[in-house]
Design a binder for this molecule. Structure first.
Ligand SMILES: Cc1cc2nc3c(=O)[nH]c(=O)nc-3n(C[C@H](O)[C@H](O)[C@H](O)COP(=O)(O)O)c2cc1C
Length: 378
């Protein structure tokens, strides 16, 4: 892993190691991928301000998220089918996050279940909830997350309907999945991946299989899930969720100031400025463009987390400088997982940590609390 010096190296390694359908499922965005690309382009367009001759010894990247100490202003984002990038992917990523002193978020659409992950790690993790039409099932998911003492519930609010990802359709990542000869040959040519998945605990949606009657195999499960996205979802449902969940609530997927104001009124502990990594509304602004007005409108009343396009410590610094408390990493760690399992996720976090630390030194700041608009050059 030492030769992996940046997230792009991990991405290239994942591209070689993971079957194309799963790699592109992670790498791609919706429609023309304008928002996916804007997330990166707009972050890259923010220049950092080089400062010299400032004593930057004894720096620290430590801070808090939701009042909990973390070694770095970063958490791992919820990723559906994470365990198809590498067998037991959710468990491995959670272990890497915890060893690095940052939170991990388990997706509703994970391969390993809430209970699998809880039994394999010794610290609480965050659980991400999709509200499905079957509210009884939603309630049971919340109860299961509470039973294993998840430390936050991340309610995703930007997926009442699925944005289309052209690459997924072309690769047969559809409902039901299409097991084409090309996919099978491709999988057979990725022996390390095959081995890891064969050894993994599960190969289907672990939170759902066995918990909804008659839903056992991948085909029936993916049909059930596709029919469960709820177009009626509204702020009333957020209230309902808040009533069910006694712990900290995070609303993920806010991109608009008016929605941020509504989110701040719900009593949630935090919101995540996010466009789902450019996988939902194509043509929506980049997350980093949406961040400053949201911080200005509600930053004093709710903690503001950020995701979308984070591929380096410099990117984390840019988002913190514009008012985020911390960032969520999606693809950056997924590439690490595909490239090398737990060691790859550990490497992804290390890369971001080292880049952030050196960038702090070169912009003349010693603590996360000192990072503000003064570190930005333009
Ligand atoms: C492969 C993949 C699967 C995802 N699955 C989920 C999910 O199950 N739940 C969710 O709230 N967000 C999901 N997201 C969105 C991420 O949590 C996060 O918002 C996004 O990846 C951040 O952008 P980045 O990948 O550029 O860091 C997914 C993203 C990717 C790339």
């Amino acid at each position: 892993m030492k030769n992996m010096t940046c997230i792009e190296d991990l991405r290239q390694a994942a591209r070689r190691r993971v079957p194309r359908a799963f790699y592109e499922y992670a790498d791609g965005g919706s429609y023309a991928e304008q928002t996916l690309n804007a997330n990166r382009k707009d972050l890259e367009g923010i220049n950092l301000r080089q400062r010299v001759l400032v004593d930057v010894s004894n720096r620290s990247t430590a801070t808090t998220i939701l009042g909990e100490p973390v070694s770095l202003p970063l958490a791992l984002a919820p990723i559906g089918l994470c365990g198809m990038q590498h067998g037991d992917g959710e468990i491995l990523a959670c272990r890497a996050a915890h060893a690095a002193g940052i939170p991990f978020t388990l997706s509703t659409m994970s391969i390993c279940s809430i209970e699998d992950v809880a039994a394999s790690v010794d610290k609480p993790f965050w659980f991400q909830l999709y509200v499905m039409k079957d509210r009884g099932f939603v309630r049971s998911l919340i109860e299961r997350a509470a039973a294993v003492k998840c430390s936050a519930l991340v309610l995703t609010v930007d997926l009442q309907i699925l944005g289309q990802r052209h690459r997924d359709i072309k690769n047969g990542m559809t409902v039901p999945p299409q097991w084409r000869l090309g996919n099978i040959v491709d999988m057979a040519s990725k022996p390390l991946w095959l081995l890891s998945v064969a050894r993994g605990k599960r190969r289907t949606f672990g939170n759902i299989a066995g918990h909804v009657r008659g839903m056992e195999n991948f085909n029936s499960l993916s049909h059930w899930i596709a029919g469960q996205f709820d177009e009626t979802l509204s702020w009333k449902d957020v209230e309902w969720i808040a009533d069910q969940w006694q712990g900290k609530l995070i609303l993920k997927g806010i991109l608009d100031v008016d929605d941020a104001r509504m989110a701040a009124k719900t009593g949630a502990a935090a919101l995540v400025v996010s466009n789902h990594g450019g996988r939902q509304l194509d043509g929506a602004p980049s997350s980093i463009a949406a961040l400053p007005p949201i911080v200005e409108a509600v930053g004093s009343s709710i903690e503001i987390l950020f995701d979308g396009g984070i591929r380096s410590g410099q990117d984390v610094m840019r988002a913190i400088a514009l008012g985020a408390r911390a960032c969520l990493s999606g693809r950056a760690y997924v590439y690490g997982l595909g490239a090398g399992g737990q060691a790859g996720v550990t490497r992804a976090i290390e890369i971001i940590r080292n880049e952030l630390d050196v960038s702090m030194a070169l912009t003349g700041v010693k603590s996360i609390g000192e990072i503000d608009r003064r570190v930005i050059a333009n």
